[in-house]
Structure formats: C-alpha cells, structure tokens
Ligand binder design. Structure first.
Ligand code: GAR
Length: 210
C-alpha cells in the first residue's frame, strides 16, 4: 500500500471521502498523517477519530513562509509518503516545497481549471454567467493552481443557483473525483513527466480525464 499524507486547513470533508475509501479498500493506500495549519480545524478531529496521527503546524508560529515550509517538509518527510494530498490546504507553497514533492503532490480546486484560479470561484462563475462549473484534481507545480490536470467533474449552473447551492453541488463532485484520482495513483496508473500526465502510460489531454 502507498503511504499518504494529507494537508488540510478546515473541515476536511475531502479528507473524509479519501479516508473512507482507504478503509473500504478501494484505495490501495493508508493515510499516515493529517497535517493542519489551523488550530481547531474539524479535519483534525476527523483524523483523531480515525486513529490517524493528527499534527498541527500553525503557520502563525513562524516568521516567514520559507521557515514554515521548511518545517512542513520535515514533518511530512518523517512519514516517508509516496503521495502528498492538499485537501483544502489554504496556504501558498514555496517553490522549494513544490519541487521537493514534484510528481507526488495533488491538489483539488473548486473550479474548471484553467478557469478561476484563486479564491471565490463559485461567485466568479455565477457572475460571469457561465453555463457550467465544477472542480479539478491536478498535480501541483510552481504555478499557483496551474499544474497538469488529472480529472475534472462538471455540473450545469441552474437559473436559481446561488453561491451556496453551487458550492454544495461542487463539493459533492469533489468527494467523487478526489478519491478516484488517489485510487489511480495508488494503483500505479498515474504519473507525471515532462510531457504531462500519463494514465496507464497514455498521455492525458490537457483538460484531464473528464
Ligand atoms: C474544497 O472545496 C477545496 O476544493 C477547496 O477548499 C475546500 C475544502 O473543503 N480548496 C481550495 O479552494 C484550494 N485553493 P474540505 O475541507 O471540506 O475538504
């Protein structure tokens, strides 16, 4: 089984979706630790309840991003992970950290990348009058929310949608595609090279698996 470390900042519902699949055996991996930068985040409680190491690394205890990320790398590496998963980890990463985990660092983002990098994605999709919206799992590279796409899921935007209804629907989709991408990686089906993402050895289109 692959060794997985999950980084969170909040509720950890994506963590839960992935955790459930490791326990049920769909994912050939084990979550070795959950690391969180925000005291009191519910995701830490989820980890504790599952008997997983729940580690708080509060960025406010560090003077700058470089020293926080150096401590984060040391903590992550103490678990010797095959895969590091950002699941609502709301921190910008240093290039050093990203390079260190190149090819084994996943993120999920609540938009159809490359659209709407950054924050407030649901509101921005609504304001733009988009017909559809969704979420993306991608490999992390040095460009913020810019790494090669692995898988996307879409939903139609309905005429009576507001930010909350849309956010909830996209969150449900996240809980489907994030465990799926982790399943693929842990089964040895996904890899990253200079040309892009390979799935069973075949190059995926730039838009990822749809
Ligand atoms: C998710 O919607 C995820 O896509 C988003 O944070 C939420 C975490 O929810 N991530 C980002 O916006 C990254 N820029 P969760 O804690 O319930 O999994």
């Amino acid at each position: 089984p692959k060794r997985i470390v999950v980084l969170i900042s909040g509720s950890g519902s994506n963590l839960q979706a992935i955790l459930d699949q490791t326990l049920e055996g769909q994912i050939n991996g084990t979550i070795e630790a959950v690391i969180c930068n925000r005291p009191g985040a519910f995701g830490l409680t989820r980890a504790e309840q599952a008997g997983i190491d729940a580690r708080l690394l509060d960025h406010k205890q560090f003077t700058d991003r470089e020293s926080f990320d150096a401590a984060l790398i040391e903590l992550i590496d103490s678990y010797t992970p095959d895969l590091v998963i950002l699941a609502g980890f709301m921190r910008i990463l240093t290039p050093e950290l990203v390079r260190h985990y190149q090819g084994r660092l996943f993120n999920i983002h609540p938009s159809l990348l490359p659209k709407y990098k950054g924050l407030h994605t649901h509101q921005r999709a609504l304001e733009a009058g988009d017909a559809e919206h969704g979420c993306t799992v991608h490999f992390v590279t040095e460009e913020l929310d810019g790494g090669p796409l692995i898988v996307q899921a879409k939903t139609d935007i309905l005429t009576d949608d507001d930010e909350q209804s849309l956010q909830q629907r996209v969150h449900q989709l996240e809980h489907q595609i994030y465990p799926l991408a982790v399943q693929w990686f842990c089964a040895g089906r996904l890899s990253l090279d200079q040309t892009g993402v390979r799935f069973d050895g075949e190059l995926l289109p730039a838009s990822g698996y749809q």
